[in-house]
Design a protein around this ligand. Structure first.
Ligand SMILES: *Cc1c(COP(=O)(O)O)cnc(C)c1O
Length: 428
């Protein structure tokens, strides 16, 4: 089905779309939070993705090995713990469009961002600055500001926050280009999102990378809202690094282990880094020598032996992505979020306004939807939706984020959202 033609605001239409959906069976692999004895309409995969049914068993299996094998669990069992992070590698590489050696599951997003900046933010007196988007996620802003201070520079001069030039704070490619033309020779690092968390705008990673590199800047991406949402081509983008969390679209569980990408051209480079024994070359790690020899590639940025119980659900979750495939997921996502956008624009325009760019190439699953009439009205509608089992999330001052996830959301969920908004009394 090709948006936007042929959509209808009827239960029969939504059910027919769901019945024809080639990915419909994946929904059964997830635990959908109940509401009033039925499945809720869960649109919060942009914040915390749902639990794969296989997660519980995957964790239980590791607990069993621990009980039965103790320390031997590092070497025995179906998936010995010693190499556990490597069991996720190929699937992570598929989801991010990277070479397997370019990605690693480790730590959490904020930690990885700092670790990557240790290596890729190397300010000099002539080139001290970091460019980010205005209104960046707090962690990202705190991280870059603290890194700037850590290197002895002043954020008032070395932090450049690029104001959105488009509707609702969205950012055009030409605005990024203009900022780099103006400040490029002072910028050490460009840090931008794959999908902006507030507006839902998706960026062209390859085009931005080419721009940044033309100006001699390093570039990294925060893919918190892009990974598992859009097909990515990190290797081909040429970006120096990327980081992400895994509890949003990747359904890795609350506080799940995040990930990092380091482009192949840095695999053997002698970059400054904060080192730990798990990043040491695997073949000699257990000689426990004093000299750090990094494993080539992203693995060399690991610090600690990883938390197995936290990696287990992410491993099974990534297996689901392997079977579904990012191309098919994106195809469904375009049609599904297209349906939601159509419903808002054609049946709810008196109440709601889509903030996210309408161009499907500039968005993923999420629509940021502004409630007309101010914050109080917005809050009231949000509470009304929750009370009717329609679960999105709230962003001040007047935006509800609704993200149909193609692995477990249905067209019927999108229709239920529209019907719940229609049934809201202050409309009268
Ligand atoms: C979700 C999110 C985070 C959260 O960081 P954690 O370290 O996982 O808590 C950071 N940045 C962005 C852009 C996010 O969307």
């Amino acid at each position: 089905m090709n948006p936007p033609s042929g959509y209808e605001a009827s239960a029969a239409f939504a059910q027919a779309c769901d019945a024809a959906d080639p990915l419909r069976a994946f929904r059964d692999e997830f635990l959908i939070p109940p509401h009033a004895g039925r499945d809720s309409h869960y649109f919060c995969g942009n914040s915390l993705g749902l639990q794969p049914r296989a997660a519980r068993e995957a964790i239980a299996a590791e607990l069993d090995y621990w009980a039965e094998l103790g320390v031997e669990g590092h070497f025995r069992g179906r998936l010995p713990w010693l190499d556990y992070h490597a069991y996720l590698r190929d699937d992570l590489a598929r989801v991010t469009g990277a070479l397997p050696t370019e990605v690693v599951a480790m730590n959490t997003l904020g930690v990885n961002l700092h670790l990557m900046m240790v290596s890729f933010y190397r300010p000099t007196r002539e080139r001290p600055a970091i460019l980010i988007e205005a209104g960046a996620f707090p962690t990202d802003r705190y991280a870059v500001e603290s890194q700037i201070r850590f290197h002895g520079f002043d954020p008032a001069e070395a932090l450049i926050e690029l104001e959105g030039d488009g509707p609702h704070g969205t950012l055009s490619q030409s605005a990024i280009e203009a900022a780099l033309d103006r400040h490029g020779d002072r910028i050490a690092l460009v840090l931008l999102p794959g999908v902006q968390y507030r507006t839902g705008q998706a960026f062209d990673l390859a085009a931005i990378t080419a721009l940044a590199h033309r100006h001699g800047c390093r570039i990294g991406f925060d893919l918190a809202h892009a990974v598992g949402n859009l097909p990515l081509a990190l290797h081909d983008s040429g970006a120096d690094f990327a980081v992400w969390c895994s509890y949003k679209y990747l359904n890795g569980g609350p506080g799940a282990i995040g990930g990092a990408f380091v482009h192949e051209r840095h695999a053997q480079a002698e970059l400054p880094r904060f080192a730990g024994w798990w990043g040491h070359d695997k073949t000699t790690r257990f000689r426990m020598g004093p000299k750090f020899v990094p494993t080539p590639g992203a693995d060399g940025w690991q610090l600690s032996n990883p938390p197995i119980l936290a990696l287990a659900p992410l491993r099974v979750s990534l297996e689901i992505f392997r079977r579904a495939g990012m191309t098919r997921l994106r195809e469904k996502s375009l049609a599904l979020t297209g349906y939601l956008a159509w419903l808002v624009q054609h049946t709810l325009a008196d109440v709601l306004e889509v903030v996210t760019p309408v161009d499907p190439a500039q968005r993923g699953a999420q629509l940021s939807i502004r409630v007309r009439g101010g914050r109080e009205r917005g809050r009231a509608l949000f509470e009304h939706l929750l009370a009717h089992g329609v679960i999105g999330d709230w962003r001040e001052p007047d935006v509800i984020r609704i993200s149909p996830a193609p692995l477990y959301n249905r067209y019927a969920d999108c229709l239920a959202f529209a019907q719940a908004v229609r049934g809201w009394s202050p409309l009268a």
